[in-house]
Design a protein around this ligand. Structure first.
Ligand SMILES: [Mg+2]
Ligand SMILES: [Zn+2]
Length: 193
């Protein structure tokens, strides 16, 4: 089974900024090319899961029903583009709660692997932060960092973990994944942007 995890903010939709949240449907804006990239992933036979921290819920900054409305909009728009997300996993807890699902903990990924019965070893996690890279590593997935969100290449000296692959955006990552499906393990690390 070919599996890709996607972080949400900064990968699918515009990064809302440091310590900021997407607090309304209106503020959820797809990044250019992301819907098309998801379509291409689905077409290539990948199962696609979203794994996202939304601590703004736990912190009471926006309501659960708002998050549900945002998710519905996201899934509907993706479906309109003939893409498909198999399931969306959120951690809604604040950092202080010490839950096992808040990234960089691998709980969300493990839950998906258990529910859909696949091995994390052959899965990819595409995220826009080093926290996502660490999550992937802890879960035993391959990490793909995209530079269309929080993280910038100029800051790479400060990265706490080295991504297996780095790409400009989801579109570029998907091009690579769909051209090399199933053969990553033999590839050298750190494909330049
Ligand atoms: Mg993100
Ligand atoms: Zn959690």
């Amino acid at each position: 089974m070919k599996v890709v995890f996607l972080d949400r903010d900064g990968v699918i939709n515009k990064y809302p900024g440091d310590k900021a949240y997407v607090t309304s449907v209106k503020k959820f804006c797809f990044l250019p090319g992301s819907k098309q990239a998801i379509f291409r992933l689905a077409k290539a036979g990948f199962k696609i899961f979203v794994a996202s921290n939304q601590a703004g819920i736990g912190r009471g900054i926006y309501a659960r029903r708002t998050l549900e409305a945002i998710t519905r909009k996201m899934l509907l728009e993706i479906e309109k583009s003939k893409g498909k997300i198999n399931k969306v996993y959120y951690c809604l807890h604040r950092k202080e709660a010490g839950c096992s699902c808040r990234k960089p903990r691998p709980g969300l990924l493990r839950k998906a692997a258990k529910e859909f019965k696949f091995s994390l070893k052959n899965a990819y996690f595409i995220g826009d932060t080093i926290r996502d890279v660490i999550t992937a590593r802890r879960a035993g997935c391959k990490s793909v960092l995209v530079l269309c969100g929080k993280e910038k290449l100029a800051n790479r000296k400060n990265w706490e973990a080295a991504p297996d692959f780095v790409f400009k955006n989801l579109k570029a990552a998907v091009t690579f994944l769909t051209q090399n499906q199933g053969r990553f393990s033999t590839q050298s690390k750190g494909v330049p942007v």
